[in-house]
Design a protein around this ligand. Structure first.
Ligand SMILES: NC(=O)c1ccc[n+]([C@@H]2O[C@H](COP(=O)([O-])OP(=O)(O)OC[C@H]3O[C@@H](n4cnc5c(N)ncnc54)[C@H](O)[C@@H]3O)[C@@H](O)[C@H]2O)c1
Length: 452
């Protein structure tokens, strides 16, 4: 089963592009000649926590050079440039504003690890400048930004891969293969979850203050609304605020729901209902600390369950994906997976009403896979290989956009407090102007998306 690679036909179907556009997709490689030894020269935008983790995977690659680094925080850019110099020997050019660096002819690929509200602009600018892109998950701050990124990637025929790296992990691929094979019987319910107890202090509460002098704070805010600097809304912690991200739903939920869409071979749910709130944290966050998101698929229900006020694990896992089928279950996380056969019993009272009857036998065998991984190294290699071969990457923007949409619509239902009907083809809510208005936001002046 081609679990880690879409065929071109799958891809065209998934993206819904026309025959003309698919011809465009078949255009020969542009940036590089395709030689396995040829160097791929990278610009890293966003040299914070994740930017550093990405370099753990990119720097060891013999065919990778990091020639430039953009970060609005000079200290992050400087430290990361020192690291590149130590490992690779060259001193990358650094800048606060990535736009000048995109003009460099020697940049082939752009790696984007900025906060979520800063994914769409650099990704679109990069492909318009003729570069291939690896952009972190979740794809974007909102649905409209993700759509614009997809359009820009297709229009320019550039690679746009997304950091949903579990798709490149061999045990995730094997687990998806089992679900799709039908071995679990009819899969009718899937649960994804994140549980931990950080109550009640959580992030704590911090007063607004002055941004550090070595940071371009206005540019850090970018398209988000202007507001005073606060350390709780800045590096790393931005993810708990709707102005910049989508809370746990899109920070972690995207990794989990991504695997569900893959295993169900689905473009997305037809409806969503979220219940939740800030019940257990007494901190600055404005995203929920508790939520239950119920997604309806034609023949299956998916529940994303998240709590920050109680860490009781589900079957020993504080996060994961549970596929429930009529013959058994499969429970999956980054460490491995377990296949648990089920047992059929007689319904209560049936013997007395209808008499005894033989029980259906289940032939599913238990299976345990340990020593899994999150797929990061293979994911990075897949991106680099696609830059050379022009093949569609494992986590192509079209795929990750759909997975990210499950998070956006979960959050929109949370904000509105009602059930919403979702049309996966038009990526709009049915008969709900108020919900559709939340698929995008008005960016701050000067940070509008280019028209593509
Ligand atoms: N794939 C994964 O498993 C994974 C893991 C962690 C984080 N992430 C994603 O990576 C992204 C970054 O998260 P993080 O934890 O590294 O955050 P972070 O705050 O540690 O780092 C973000 C960096 O981007 C810089 N930045 C902000 N705006 C910028 C701009 N306009 N131009 C250049 N630099 C800018 C910041 O100064 C900071 O150095 C998020 O979208 C997050 O969801 C993915």
């Amino acid at each position: 089963m081609a679990t880690d690679r879409l065929t071109r036909r799958d891809f065209v179907e998934a993206v819904g592009v026309t025959a003309g556009a698919s011809t465009l997709l078949g255009a020969p490689g542009i940036a590089l000649g395709g030689s396995a030894n040829e160097k791929i020269r990278c610009l890293l935008i966003g040299a914070g926590s994740r930017g550093g983790q990405l370099l753990d995977s990119f720097l060891p690659q013999a065919d990778v050079e990091v020639v430039a680094i953009a970060d609005v925080d000079d200290s992050h850019a400087g430290k990361t440039a020192d690291r590149v110099k130590k490992v690779k020997g060259n001193t990358p050019e650094t800048a606060r504003d990535y736009r000048g660096l995109l003009e460099r002819k020697d940049v082939d690929a752009v790696l984007i690890a900025t906060p979520d509200h800063w994914h769409a602009l650099p990704a679109i600018h990069a492909v318009l400048a003729g570069k291939d892109v690896y952009v972190e998950k979740p794809v974007a701050h909102n649905v409209a930004e993700g759509q614009a990124m997809l359009r820009a990637a297709r229009k320019t025929n550039k690679i746009m891969a997304v950091g949903t790296q579990q798709r490149s992990s061999s045990h995730f691929q094997k687990a998806v293969e089992i679900v799709r094979s039908g071995k679990l019987g009819k899969v009718f319910w899937v649960q994804t979850w994140n549980y931990e107890n950080i109550s009640p202090t959580g992030l704590g509460k911090y007063p607004d203050g002055e941004a550090p002098s070595y940071v371009d704070y206005d540019r850090w805010l970018g398209p988000a609304p202007l507001r005073p600097f606060n350390p709780n809304r800045f590096h790393l912690l931005f993810r708990w605020f709707f102005d910049y991200a989508g809370g746990m739903m899109s920070d972690w939920g995207v990794h989990l729901n991504d695997i569900v869409l893959w295993a169900l071979n689905s473009k997305g749910p037809r409806s969503v209902y979220t219940s939740g709130g800030i019940f257990t944290s007494d901190d600055d966050r404005d995203t929920p600390d508790t939520m239950q998101v119920v997604y309806e698929f034609p023949e299956c229900t998916l529940t994303y369950s998240m709590r920050k006020g109680n860490g009781l694990r589900l079957n020993g896992h504080d996060y994961g994906i549970l596929f429930c089928g009529t013959d058994g279950s499969l429970i999956l996380d980054r460490n491995g997976f377990e296949v648990i056969p089920d047992k059929v019993v007689l319904p209560y009272g049936i013997k007395l009403v209808h008499g005894d009857r033989p029980l259906r036998k289940i032939h599913l065998k238990p299976e345990t896979v340990t020593k899994g991984n999150d797929g990061q190294a293979a994911h990075v290699r897949n991106f680099l290989d696609c830059v050379k071969s022009r093949a569609v990457p494992t986590a192509d923007i079209a795929i990750a956009h759909r997975s990210t949409n499950t998070c956006h619509i979960g959050n929109i239902s949370y904000k509105l407090g009602r059930s919403l009907e979702w049309d996966v083809d038009t990526e709009t809510f049915k008969n709900d102007a108020e919900a559709n208005a939340l698929l995008k936001r008005e960016p701050r002046k000067g940070y509008e998306l280019p028209q593509v």
